[in-house]
Structure formats: structure tokens, C-alpha cells
Design a protein around this ligand. Structure first.
Ligand SMILES: Cc1cc2nc3c(=O)[nH]c(=O)nc-3n(C[C@H](O)[C@H](O)[C@H](O)COP(=O)(O)OP(=O)(O)OC[C@H]3O[C@@H](n4cnc5c(N)ncnc54)[C@H](O)[C@@H]3O)c2cc1C
Length: 313
């Protein structure tokens, strides 16, 4: 009756959200008086490293190529387990509903806290486009949680760390024929710092300063919906009610008005900084820090200040 946790890697290295997932599973397991079983790719460089975050058993397997195939593989071991944890990364958000359907799971998505009780499993999740929080009880089937990355944090608590091979099969219903991967970019849903810009930037040719600021901060870039609708930026960067919901430690909004639909995707950010020429822009009401100023003057100054700060460290 272990808590199972899916552990994602990128280029054979574990993601930060994966350590957070194991930490999440450990908190749940401690409350339930049980162990943590991590499932990961056999290509992962150092599976035993998961023990530091609480993994007692670490099952490595050759993962299928697509989320449905991976969900089938996970379904082969969830039978009889006490619960399932998946980080709400892009991949995790694809696997979780398929796994819930395959294994009869009660899935809490957008979860923002570890269980407060295990009989029944009770968690908090973001509701109403993350404008509200609801408490839910997982009352039937396999309790499953997909949590928002950066919401519960990483904790080091030792597990036994026994590494075993798992022979699990999954059928891919899709075939990937070509893949192009942006290198050196921070994935938006898991980013700790996000630099986001809107129509105030006037045109796609001005995004180099946004990318420069993101690069110096080690941040992901994002944008408002109209910016991606016009084609200035890819849709994968659009945040908000109809786009990606982010949960970074720092969200910098540049030339974005702060419409309610945009705020719905960013209001969980721990610190919000707004740069806007209009002192009456609604975004200032949601901001922790605000700069009333022209992005074309403010952003280069921020880049220089960050560079000088880093050079002085
Ligand atoms: C059903 C529905 C769903 C939607 N979903 C989303 C969503 O998911 N995400 C989303 O973003 N929007 C969404 N929208 C659109 C949303 O209502 C707003 O229209 C949109 O967020 C506005 O984008 P913006 O702030 O980039 O542009 P604008 O509203 O045009 O604001 C531009 C801002 O830039 C400032 N500015 C101008 N020049 C400068 C300068 N030089 N320096 C600094 N600041 C400057 C202006 O003062 C202004 O505040 C949705 C709308 C609907 C109806």
C-alpha cells in the first residue's frame, strides 16, 4: 500500500518538479504510515538520488514515448497502492487524466497543498481559474494528486532507496515523426521566475530585450493572449485563463494591462512586479512592486542593474 510517484527526467536528469513530487509523496506517506515508490525512466542518470527526498523503492523502466503509453505503464502498478502523485508539468498534466481513467482514480488536479487527512484523502486545489481555493475529499477509487509545481517545495527526508527494474508495457497510440526542442529555455509551467510582456511592447521586434532580461534572470518568457493571437509570440507562452497557469516566485509583467483573464493565470505568483506607462493600469492592484514607466527605458536599465549585481557577487 505504497504511495506511487511518477518521476520525470529531462535529458536523463531529474527535473526540480520531480524532487518536489517525491517530497510530496513522502509527506503523504508519513501521514498514511506507508512507504514511497518512485517510478522513473531507466535512462535517468542517478535514480538512487531520489532516496534523499524520501523514495523507499525506485522502479526504473523503459518509458513509452507518449503520455497515454506511460499512463498504461503506471496503471500496471497502481493496483492496490495507497495513492498516486504526479507533478503538474506539461507531461504530468497529460498523463494524470489518462491514468485516472485507466485505473479508476479520483484525481485532484491543480492541487496546491499536501493532504491534510488520509481518511479520506483531503487536499486543497485552485478553483475558478485559480481565483479561489477549494478543499476536496477523494472519496472513491485510487486517490490521485497532480500538484502545481513550486507550490509545496522540496524537502530532504531519507528513504530506503532500493532501485529495481520494472518490466511494464504501454502502447503508444501516436508516433512522433519529428521533434524540435528549444535548448537552454526554462519550461514555463515550472519556472521560478517569469518575464512576461504584452501589447505595450508594440511589436515582435522588441522582444529581444524581454529575452535578454529573462536570460540574465534565468527566467522563462511569457506573454498576454493578444500577443500570441497576433503571432508576435508562440501560443505556448500565452498565460492566463485560457492559457498556461504559472506559479513562479517572481512574475514580471511588462506592458500588460492586467485584465482579469490574464490575472487568472498568474495570481498564484509569490511576487508580482509590474512595469506600465499607465499608473491606472489594473495590474498595479495585483502587484507587490510597480514601476510606472516606459518599458523601452525601464527594461534595459533592469538588465544592466542585474548584470552589475551579478558581476559584484
Ligand atoms: C474569454 C476571454 C479569455 C481571455 N483569456 C486571456 C488569457 O488567458 N490571457 C490574457 O492575457 N488575456 C486573455 N484575454 C484577453 C484579456 O481580456 C485582455 O484583452 C488582454 O489580457 C490584454 O492584453 P495586454 O495587456 O497585452 O494588452 P492591452 O490591454 O492592450 O494593454 C497593453 C498595456 O501596455 C501598457 N503600455 C503601453 N505602452 C507601454 C510601454 N511603452 N511601456 C510599458 N507599458 C506600456 C498600456 O498602458 C496597457 O496597460 C481573454 C479575453 C476573453 C474575452
Amino acid at each position: 500500500m505504497s504511495i506511487i510517484v511518477f518521476v520525470e527526467d529531462w535529458n536523463n536528469l531529474f527535473k526540480k518538479a520531480s524532487f518536489e513530487a517525491v517530497s510530496y509523496a513522502k509527506s503523504w506517506a508519513e501521514l498514511a504510515g506507508t512507504t514511497v515508490t518512485a517510478v522513473t525512466s531507466s535512462g535517468a542518470a542517478d535514480p538512487a538520488a531520489l532516496a534523499a527526498f524520501g523514495a523507499d523503492r525506485i522502479l526504473t523502466t523503459t518509458l513509452a514515448a507518449t503520455p497515454f503509453g506511460m499512463a498504461q505503464q503506471l496503471a500496471t502498478i497502481t493496483n492496490g497502492s495507497a495513492g498516486m502523485v504526479i507533478a503538474g508539468t506539461s507531461l504530468g498534466r497529460s498523463i494524470a487524466p489518462a491514468l485516472a481513467a485507466l485505473s479508476g482514480g479520483a484525481l485532484s488536479t491543480n492541487t496546491t497543498d499536501t493532504p491534510s487527512s488520509v481518511s479520506p484523502v483531503t487536499v486543497e486545489r485552485g478553483a475558478f481559474s485559480s481565483k479561489g481555493i477549494e478543499t476536496i475529499e477523494l472519496i472513491g477509487g485510487l486517490p490521485m494528486v497532480s500538484f502545481v509545481p513550486n507550490s509545496v517545495g522540496i524537502q530532504e527526508r531519507a528513504g530506503e532507496g532500493l532501485v529495481e527494474n520494472l518490466d511494464a508495457t504501454g502502447t503508444d497510440l501516436l508516433r512522433i515523426t519529428e521533434q524540435s526542442i528549444a535548448s537552454g529555455k526554462v519550461a514555463l509551467p515550472e519556472a521560478e521566475v517569469v518575464v512576461s510582456a504584452g501589447r505595450g511592447l508594440k511589436g515582435p521586434e522588441h522582444w529581444s530585450m524581454i529575452e535578454e532580461l529573462a536570460s540574465v534572470l534565468g527566467a522563462a518568457t511569457a506573454c498576454s493572449k493578444p500577443v500570441s493571437d497576433i503571432g508576435w509570440r508562440p501560443h505556448s507562452e500565452h498565460v492566463g485563463q485560457t492559457g498556461i497557469q504559472v506559479n513562479p516566485n517572481l512574475y514580471i509583467a511588462i506592458g500588460i494591462s492586467g485584465a482579469i483573464q490574464h490575472l487568472a493565470g498568474v495570481s498564484a505568483s509569490k511576487t508580482i512586479v509590474v512595469v506600465n506607462t499607465d499608473a491606472e493600469a489594473p495590474f498595479f492592484k495585483a502587484a507587490d512592486y510597480g514601476i510606472v514607466g516606459d518599458a523601452f527605458e525601464v527594461v534595459p536599465q533592469l538588465v544592466n542593474a542585474m548584470r552589475a549585481f551579478k558581476a559584484g557577487q
